[in-house]
Ligand binder design. Structure first.
Ligand code: GDG
Length: 488
């Protein structure tokens, strides 16, 4: 980075959660893709991170605890307070009740309430004022995710000239879906105030550019690939594809010292699922597909189990309660129907696991199954690969996760809606020649090792500071699905 300049990271929620036990507050770093990814990038930088602390009222004592917890991780954490109404309308309403479902193709879940839009603008303005009060001229403001489409517009309205970069962690929808949003033009024009806009995949960037092409006049494309540069209202804006990744060495070295003694499922071949409770993760479809596999292939009874961990979601919306109920019902029914006194086919872990436990499961499970209906990237699959130190496992990966654009040649791709197809994929994974699996896993590991989280963070920051980057992973816009399905 430029000498003397700071990095200010902005995300809706700080990477912490606050708990209160017997009147005493404590602060912990929370789960989630964004947190896990950024923690590694910021560790060695002079970074300051601002966001909501996930709690309505922040006392000076809590502020101090948050500050100390951040210091342990190597960055400064500054909590912004949100009122109850802002939490309801900006966070649960606009961000998670409109943008999250729409951008993940769940348009029927959207609640287009005009007051949500009002709150969204207000909170973006609030964050802009906060940034004004703490930033200096040389700072790069690095904004994360769909809660802040309008932030740079408000920074400008406040007269602030700062370099800004934005990264979208979720997919960008195609025009047909995006056009349904009543505030579509304001959102696009708001985004065009950033200096750099980053997406996970070429498809996301293509959708964004298609939407711009239809809805915003006066945009000229100056250059394409690897970074697209456009001119709008006299400014140049860079639009890049930066597939997020993980700290390969960190997962790999922790997996190396993880002991088989601690693996709780030694008597079985294990397919592992690690997900947040979310309708985008294809959890009901996963259970139905596993059930179909058990129906068709009784030879795997008492031999194979699905271990499915589900971390709670901080979004308080009725869809999540409903999903939990349906999921638990389906799991209980499947276990009741197929289970025997000495074999429970689905081991359901409804909790946030400790890091050590997670690593142990990643290392010793025979396969990992990411079944997303739609996912920006999905880090779980990449973490599993990094933990496969003996190169033995297989990754079953939804075509609709951003990670498929990178890992398509060596993962077992599935369409999560295709129950029959997924059950066949499971069969292939458990029947395949181990040497073939090893070859594929070696290739997956080489890719994740080369394009790790440092590559992601450095590439974005260097692009923001005008460097020309040449080292990009090979990604394809269109995945030739039929060929791929045949190959695993
Ligand atoms: C968004 C996008 C994109 C999960 N359960 C536990 C636990 N986790 C950790 C995993 C992983 C992370 O949470 C989940 O990351 P994902 O990438 O799968 O998903 P999102 O939270 O939806 O993140 C996503 C990401 O942003 C980054 O851009 O990939 O597409 O939706 O790191 O390990 N960690 C622990 N216990 C658990 O129980 N310790």
């Amino acid at each position: 980075m430029n000498k003397g300049s700071n990095l200010i990271v902005v995300s809706a929620v700080l990477p912490i959660h606050i708990t209160k036990e017997k009147g005493e507050y404590s602060v912990q770093i929370s789960p989630g893709g964004l947190v896990t990814a950024l923690k590694q990038v910021l560790h060695r930088r002079k970074a300051l991170w601002i966001g909501w602390a996930g709690s309505e009222k922040i006392t000076p004592k809590m502020k101090n605890l948050i500050f100390e917890e951040g210091k342990k991780e190597g960055f400064l954490l500054y909590p912004v307070s949100l009122t109850e109404k802002e939490i309801d309308h900006f966070f649960n309403g606009f961000s998670n009740g409109i943008i999250w479902p729409m951008f993940h193709t769940f348009q029927s879940y959207c609640r287009f309430e005009p007051e949500y839009w009002t709150a969204y603008k207000e909170v973006n303005k609030k964050f802009a004022r906060y940034i004004k009060s703490i930033s200096t001229e040389n700072d790069l403001i690095w904004v994360h995710d769909y809660h802040f489409f309008l932030l740079p517009e408000f920074l400008k309205k406040l007269g602030l000239k700062r370099k800004t970069a934005f990264f979208l962690h979720i997919p960008f929808p195609n025009p047909e879906l995006f056009f349904k949003i009543p505030w579509r033009v304001e959102i696009l024009k708001g985004l065009l105030n950033y200096d750099l806009i980053g997406f996970h995949t070429f498809l996301d960037r293509k959708h964004f550019l298609d939407c711009i092409d239809e809805l915003v006049d006066g945009v000229n494309v100056l250059s394409t690939d690897p970074i697209t540069e456009i001119k709008y209202e006299g400014r140049s804006i860079k639009i890049g594809v930066f597939p997020i990744s993980i700290d390969f060495e960190y997962y790999n070295s922790n997996a190396e010292v993880s002991s088989y003694e601690n693996f709780p499922y030694k008597n079985y071949r294990v397919v592992l699922g690690i997900d947040r409770l979310d309708y985008t993760k294809g959890l009901l479809q996963k259970i139905k597909s596993f059930r179909r596999f058990l129906e068709k292939y009784p030879q795997f009874h008492k031999k194979v189990i699905l271990v499915q961990a589900i971390a709670p979601n901080i979004k308080k919306l009725p869809e999540y309660d409903e999903l939990k109920k349906d999921l638990e019902h389906l799991i209980a029914e499947t276990n009741g129907y197929f289970g025997t006194p000495d074999w429970t086919p689905i081991h359901y872990l409804p909790k946030r696991m400790k890091f050590r436990e997670l690593i142990n499961l990643y290392r010793y499970s025979d396969a990992c199954w990411v079944n997303s209906i739609k996912d920006g990237m999905n880090l779980v699959g990449k973490e599993y690969i990094a933990c496969q130190v003996e190169n033995k496992g297989a990754l079953i990966l939804s075509e609709f996760a951003g990670a498929a654009a990178e890992l398509k040649d060596y993962a077992c791709l599935v369409n999560p809606y295709d129950i029959e197809g997924c059950s066949e994929a499971l069969h292939r994974v458990f029947s395949k020649d181990p040497n073939m699996k090893i070859k594929k896993m070696i290739n997956l590991r080489n890719h994740i090792k080369r394009y790790d989280i440092s590559w992601w963070g450095n590439t974005i920051l260097e692009t923001a500071f005008g460097k020309k980057i040449v080292d990009f992973p090979e990604l394809e816009e269109d995945i030739p699905l039929h060929e791929l399905l045949k190959s695993f």
